[in-house]
Ligand binder design. Structure first.
Ligand SMILES: Cc1cc2nc3c(=O)[nH]c(=O)nc-3n(C[C@H](O)[C@H](O)[C@H](O)COP(=O)(O)OP(=O)(O)OC[C@H]3O[C@@H](n4cnc5c(N)ncnc54)[C@H](O)[C@@H]3O)c2cc1C
Length: 391
């Protein structure tokens, strides 16, 4: 078993790290930070930065060259995602990770030719419209319907939890195309142009203060050429897309960043006394977190190595996401405790430590527990598909 990165991969990591340090200086962070946005960066900056990533050749490194990809091993892509997360960089979302992977796997040649080169240049933002008010974890309970109208479908319905819908150029929308069908049969996944007449977006505040969205489709015309995969076979496509989504979430950079930030802070003294790291309980906790972080790192690269071999792991992906997200949540809680009386001070408070980010992120990342499968559903996947346990 080879646990080491090659020299070229190490060089690549250093190059990406340099790029991000140059581009995302503390001044840039201060100027373009927007705590009202999911991802905490302003929309214009996120869009501009994604184009920079495209120009630097960082988008689609692991995709075939035919559609503008870099044709490199998936390990490079994993390194890039890792560094982006560590830097808390904008733009690392579905638009450059799992949506294009879904297009590659299920799209027609014409769709790939039209869309992927633009994705690689960082020009397109996407949202995915699976969830509905009555179809959260129970995804097959889709009520949005798409009625056949010659060479188009007419889509009507509501999507909930529509991350980044307000900045999206396109969306992947799951709709019921067979009116007599139920559950996972008779569904179709289609690419919808968000500038189409009949698309409306509403805004909803979250506990962390940023705004989330719901999208309403009111008789939106979608050409049949925009169907992804086969009509009425959308469930198969969505299951593949969700595997790609989970694979994209299984990065280690976030956990590494949280741990390093905490390690650094606990070594600083304060007006209140000696550095927290001198406390045996703090030391114990940091060691425990460091071990968990290393577990998350190894799981991430184990998964990347499976992808690099051309495999399409399923329950392994869920396992990696669970390890990462649970570790991140433990770091959130431990961070708050270690900050002691400073912990609850909010972003913007003069005495807040680490810009009040630990408290803000604690509230922000509550969604790890139920979004994109969440902890319960992810455990179900590991139990059923991985361990073969009965339902
Ligand atoms: C921040 C955020 C961003 C999101 N972004 C998007 C997006 O861009 N596009 C999109 O389509 N969706 C998105 N979602 C939706 C998300 O993926 C989940 O589908 C949704 O949050 C879960 O649905 P629900 O809230 O209705 O919870 P419910 O389905 O009502 O679940 C409630 C609780 O019960 C548990 N539970 C439910 N069913 C089971 C079961 N069978 N076994 C064990 N436990 C179970 C869940 O884990 C959860 O804890 C997002 C959600 C959040 C919070």
């Amino acid at each position: 078993m080879q646990f080491e990165f090659t020299d070229d991969q190490k060089r690549f990591r250093a190059e990406v790290r340099d790029f991000l340090r140059r581009e995302l200086t503390p001044e840039v962070w201060a100027q373009h930070r927007d705590t009202g946005e999911q991802g905490m960066w302003s929309v214009p900056f996120t869009k501009a930065f994604r184009r920079k990533l495209g120009a630097a050749g960082y988008i689609g490194m692991g995709w075939p060259t035919e559609y503008g990809g870099g044709g490199r091993s998936r390990i490079y892509q994993a390194i890039f995602w890792d560094e982006m997360e560590y830097a808390r960089a904008p733009g690392l979302d579905r638009s450059i990770t799992y949506v294009p992977n879904t297009l590659l796997a299920f799209g027609s040649h014409a769709q790939k030719e039209a869309l992927l080169p633009r994705v690689v240049r960082g020009e397109l933002a996407w949202f995915v419209g699976y969830s509905e008010p009555e179809a959260g974890s129970d995804l097959a309970n889709v009520r949005t319907r798409a009625v056949d109208d010659g060479d188009s479908f007419i889509v009507t319905g509501q999507k909930a939890f529509s991350s980044d819908a307000h900045m999206a150029d396109y969306s992947l929308v799951l709709a019921r195309t067979d009116p007599g069908s139920s559950r996972h049969r008779g569904l179709t996944l289609m690419i919808v142009d968000m500038t189409s007449p009949g698309v409306n977006i509403s805004r909803h505040p979250t506990l962390a203060g940023w705004t989330h969205h719901a999208v309403y489709f009111d008789g939106v015309r979608v050409p049949k050429s925009m169907v992804l995969g086969e009509v009425n076979e959308g469930w198969k496509v969505v299951m593949g897309a969700i595997d790609f989504e989970r694979a994209a979430l299984a990065s280690h950079g976030l956990v590494a960043f949280q741990l390093d930030r905490l390690l650094e802070w606990t070594q600083l003294g304060s007006d209140q006394g000696s550095p927290p790291i001198q406390e045996p309980t703090v030391q114990d906790e940091l060691v425990r977190l460091a071990i968990e972080s290393e577990g998350a790192r190894l799981t991430t690269y184990w998964l990347a190595s499976l992808h690099a071999k051309g495999l399409m792991p399923q329950h392994e992906t869920s396992l990696a996401v669970l390890v990462k997200r649970e570790t991140a949540r433990r770091l959130d809680s431990s961070g708050l405790e270690m900050l002691g009386p400073f912990g609850p001070l909010r972003h913007g408070s003069p005495a807040a430590q680490l810009e009040g980010d630990v408290e803000l992120e604690y509230r922000d990342r509550l969604y790890f527990q139920f979004a994109a499968g969440g902890f319960d559903i992810t455990r179900n996947v590991i139990a059923l598909r991985g361990l073969g346990l009965p339902r």
